[in-house]
Design a protein around this ligand. Structure first.
Ligand code: TDO
Length: 186
């Protein structure tokens, strides 16, 4: 497993070691020991799996608010997505900035997203399987988000007219959002 910390404190891109042979491949998709060795001590409690049928499905920008805030370890097991996170941690040097990675079943990349980020992705092909671990249980009352095309965040998306859920069409703007997250510089 290779860990690359981004410019965003605590946000890592992870490249698992892929052991290929004539049968296919084997990889470790999560290892508490490897994460601890890179200073990430996380206690995952729930695994999620979403299928998107078509290219251009956009889910996000989502987060749960404290005390149900979630760190996420995200990956794609079929197809490809453009995965975007936004730093919502007040006091963070990257507060209000976004970061994107293409995650696919060919590059095997994963992203570790600490609590205090909004998260979204758009599918780049049909039939995408997206899987992720979270360290706090689903809490519908703490579910929140920011509109995907927020003009102040100015995220560059690879699609113009994505398919969104009814919920995601009505999300708030970043400028109306009072962040409950604070940056812990440890
Ligand atoms: C997130 C979640 C949803 N659900 C239910 C609620 C709803 O009926 C159905 C679909 O929920 P959503 O529309 O919120 O699913 P989705 O839009 O895929 O939400 C996800 O988007 C990505 C970008 C994230 O980062 C995730 O944390 C999560 O917010 O699944 C759970 O039962 N458990 C969960 O953990």
């Amino acid at each position: 497993m290779e860990f690359q910390e981004t410019d965003f404190p605590g946000l890592f891109v992870i490249r698992p070691k892929v052991h290929g042979d004539r049968r296919g491949f084997f990889l470790e998709s999560w290892s508490r020991r490897e994460f601890a060795a890179h200073g990430v001590d996380v206690d995952f409690v729930q695994d999620n799996h979403a299928r998107s049928l078509k290219a251009g499905v956009l889910r996000g920008l989502h987060f749960q608010t404290p005390p149900a805030a979630q760190a996420k370890l995200v990956r794609v097991t079929r197809g490809a997505v453009y995965d975007v996170v936004v730093d919502l941690r007040v006091g963070s040097p990257t507060y209000g900035r976004w970061h994107a990675e293409t995650l696919s079943d060919e590059n095997f990349l994963q992203m570790f997203v600490p609590a205090g980020f909004a998260h979204a992705y758009v599918t780049l092909c049909d039939e995408v399987e997206f899987q992720y671990k979270v360290d706090a249980f689903y809490a519908p009352g703490s579910d929140s988000g920011i509109i995907w095309n927020d003009p102040d965040l100015a995220i560059t998306w690879p699609v113009e007219n994505p398919v969104l859920s009814d919920k995601d069409l009505k999300l708030q703007r970043f400028r109306d959002f009072v962040s409950p997250f604070s940056f812990d510089p440890r």
